[in-house]
Design a protein around this ligand. Structure first.
Ligand SMILES: [Zn+2]
Length: 370
């Protein structure tokens, strides 16, 4: 039976926000607050509409065209947080469509950093897929370059430092993902890493191994969304493949990793041997794939020696999406020591921090209490 999550008390959220932590798995387009999106369209005198079709592709019956108009930030938020009713691509389009020009990318970098600042977050590794942002004619190279400049400018304005991870869509043709990575490689030293995201079903990771191989022996790190959306057996297969072949530094989700033993391999041992951070997204998984936050058995994984980290994934897209909520729930489940160790892991395994920043955050954590 599905456990029910309830709103953590304000004092607890505040306590969670006081802890130094580096979000390692957060999507730029999934973290723009509904109010920012709504205002963006309102300023241009443009309307957002609810999708014509539902999650299963069936035509939704509206009473009239007026019913489809999203005429308040509240209605937009309800739409965004109802991903079981609508197709995930339709939901993300409202933010992706407003990130198509240089001006828009600068505005949204500022919105993202402002959101992070509101969460008392000063550093974040943020991911996005440049190929979704070409609708106004920008090239992949231009989009990456503009985004890097935009986050530099946003840092100067907000004090929030963001490093970029570039995502490939696993539904894409593998020849195209290789081409994309060749573009990404032009930014070696300026981007943190690459990622594989989107629909996992029918798109096993090995489909994009060649694209990932292009980054082997470069400064670009590798992480993948894996073991999230498929059957448990397929999830385990996918995790095993990436652990064996992708030379990872991070792995996102890996829901059944706690089972560890699969086809003669010990996957927990492989994670530790390769020093791979686990970018876990418990509330995100709870919304779609698990019944209880405890189904991930993150306590066991942490005790086994895995670098477990807690992340929000897409904080604007569902209830209790903010990382402070995620941390609060996990604190309730496993206690203070668990929580502090995950904070430490996020700092120690961050690809963004320089030595000085890392040392400062670690000593801040040492002095923190709840
Ligand atoms: Zn994600």
């Amino acid at each position: 039976m599905k456990t029910i999550l309830s709103q953590p008390e304000k004092s607890k959220i505040k306590a969670m926000m006081s802890l130094p932590v580096v979000p390692l798995h957060i999507h730029w387009d999934g973290s723009v607050p509904a109010a920012s999106i709504y205002n963006f369209y309102a300023k241009k005198n443009e309307h957002l509409f609810l999708p014509e079709r539902d999650f299963f592709g069936n035509v939704i019956k509206y009473r009239g065209e007026g019913d489809r108009i999203i005429d308040s930030p509240e209605k937009l938020m309800t739409f965004q947080q109802d991903m079981r009713k609508y197709n995930i691509t339709d939901v993300f389009l409202s933010s992706i469509n407003m990130m198509q020009t240089k001006e828009d990318l600068f505005a949204m970098a500022f919105a993202h950093c402002s959101y992070l600042r509101s969460q008392n977050t000063r550093f974040a590794e943020t991911r996005f897929a440049p190929q979704y942002h070409t609708k106004a004619g920008l090239s992949i190279e231009e989009i990456i370059s503009i985004s890097l400049d935009a986050f530099q400018k946003a840092f100067e304005q907000t004090g929030v430092k963001v490093g970029l991870i570039l995502s490939l869509d696993r539904g894409s043709d593998p020849v195209y993902t290789e081409d994309l990575v060749r573009e990404f490689l032009k930014f070696e030293g300026r981007i943190l890493g690459i990622d594989l995201a989107c629909e996992e079903t029918l798109n096993p990771p090995e489909k994009h191994l060649k694209a990932f191989e292009l980054t082997f022996d470069t400064e670009i790190k590798r992480t993948v969304h894996t073991g999230e959306m498929c059957t448990q057996e397929e999830n385990l297969d996918n995790i095993l493949v990436v652990l064996k072949q992708f030379r990872l530094s991070g792995i996102g989700h890996a829901i059944p990793l706690w089972k560890s033993s699969h086809k003669g391999s010990d996957m927990i041992e492989m994670m530790i041997e390769q020093d791979i951070r686990l970018e876990s997204n418990p509330v995100s998984n709870y919304n779609f794939f698990i019944e209880s936050l405890d189904d991930l058995h993150l306590d066991r994984l942490l005790d086994a020696g895995i670098k477990v980290t807690l992340n929000s994934d897409d904080p604007a897209m569902w209830k209790y999406g903010d990382n402070a909520c995620v941390m609060s729930f996990m604190y309730d489940l496993y206690g203070k020591e668990f929580l502090f160790r995950t904070c430490r892991n996020s700092i120690e395994s961050s690809w963004l921090l320089n030595d000085k920043e890392r040392a400062a955050l670690l000593s801040e954590l040492e002095c923190s209490d709840l």
